[in-house]
Design a binder for this molecule. Structure first.
Ligand code: NAD
Length: 358
């Protein structure tokens, strides 16, 4: 078996991964996608071999690892099939659409002895990596409150296609942007145990007569006669051990004024507080100096961005394939999924609920 990477799926994020693999100095073997012409289109842009059948790609002698970049409903079956075929797996978020499926993926990893990394790419943002250094140096003290937002104005992905069809996606913005938010907050807050969750969802923009208009669409084109039976806005509060609360708000669509922070994190500690836009060019830390509060600004290189985070994710995946265990793990993916499930249960019940043991 060679040391190349194949990509299962040739849609929007597959193309970002292809670039990430190349930027990280990896060997891209090709794409497998059953949709007519899709893999060929990706190959025309990034090179490699085009397959329509994932099994043929998994059997190719050059493919030793794969990125699973397909609709959420296929994450578990394809990740398990890939590991059983002897491949290491970088599995896009959400890890799966149920926590039971996450357990099956972990079982397959242990049974086959393959490596698994979950695609929590925000951990690889330059801002987040700088924030982790401040936290490791204990500059904030004990964190008692944390907030995160991922707010889009006109960002419904693939309207009417799989993203907005609960059966194929597992849900809307909560299962789409929620995994990034939940994982990032657990990562930054030192992996606290989350006890109880209160969440609410809204669905205001996906169906007529909302008048939702857009100029471009992720994973388009839309199917305006297709299904939209998911949430497009959500807000949640997580109660953790040691009185820590984490609040999160996400939207695919809103009338948020232009220029308002889109992807922001704020951490409040008893010795300092920190704020940054995940894809922004600086962090700011409020701290005490001789008893007075002062702001320290930490600049981030303007060369850094979403693409660089994928390059780092792939450098990390190369190490994961060699046995490193520092990457986002299956167990961490399962913990995130258990919290997302509790969030949906809370939204359905209209009350706070306990998080089930992962
Ligand atoms: N990390 C991130 O920031 C990020 C961003 C966007 C999407 N994603 C995740 O990536 C995954 C794909 O999203 P996308 O935006 O690329 O969607 P997409 O609809 O643009 O692409 C999905 C592709 O998978 C193909 N496909 C369907 N069934 C398949 C199968 N059995 N085998 C191989 N290919 C199959 C489809 O034909 C399509 O081309 C989703 O799970 C999504 O949550 C992650």
């Amino acid at each position: 078996m060679g040391n190349g990477i194949g990509i299962l799926g040739a849609g929007a994020i597959a193309r970002v991964h292809a670039q990430g693999i190349c930027d990280a100095g990896g060997k891209l073997v090709g794409f497998a996608d059953p949709a007519a012409g899709k893999a060929e289109e990706a190959v025309a842009a990034h090179g490699g071999i085009a397959w329509t059948d994932p099994s043929s790609m998994l059997a190719h002698e050059d493919v030793s690892a794969v990125v699973v970049a397909v609709p959420n409903v296929f994450h578990a079956p394809l990740a398990i099939q890939a590991m059983e075929a002897g491949c290491d797996v970088l599995l896009e978020k959400p890890m799966a659409i149920t926590s039971e499926e996450c357990r099956q993926i972990i079982e397959a990893r242990d049974r086959t002895g393959r490596s698994l990394q979950v695609g929590f790419v925000c951990r690889f943002a330059a801002t987040v990596q700088a924030a982790m250094q401040y936290l490791a140096a204990d500059r904030l003290g004990s964190i008692y409150q944390a907030r995160a937002v991922m707010l889009r104005r006109r960002g419904i992905p693939g309207l009417g296609r799989w993203f907005t069809d609960r059966e194929r996606s597992g849900g809307g913005v909560m299962i789409d942007l929620g995994p990034h938010l939940v994982d990032l907050m657990l990562h930054l807050c030192g992996r606290p145990a989350v006890q109880r969750v209160s969440a609410a969802t809204t669905s205001r923009f996906g169906q007529p007569p909302s008048g939702y208009k857009f100029t471009e669409m992720w994973s388009g084109p839309p199917d305006l006669k297709g299904t939209f039976d998911v949430d497009d806005g959500t807000t949640a509060m997580l109660r953790c051990d040691d009185d820590l609360t984490i609040t999160m708000t996400a939207s695919w669509a809103s009338h948020l004024p232009d220029g308002t922070i889109g992807d922001g994190v704020t951490l409040f500690g008893d010795r300092g507080a920190m704020h940054f836009d995940i894809w922004g060019d600086h962090l700011v830390i409020g701290t005490l100096l001789d008893g007075e509060i002062v702001d320290v600004r930490h600049p981030i290189s303007t060369d850094e961005g979403w693409g660089t985070a994928f390059e780092r994710e792939h450098r990390c995946f190369e190490e994961t394939c060699k046995g490193s265990t520092t990457a986002p793990s299956g167990e961490e993916g399962l913990a995130v999924q258990s919290i997302l499930e509790a969030m949906y249960r809370s939204a359905d019940a209209g009350q706070e609920v306990a998080v089930n043991e992962p």
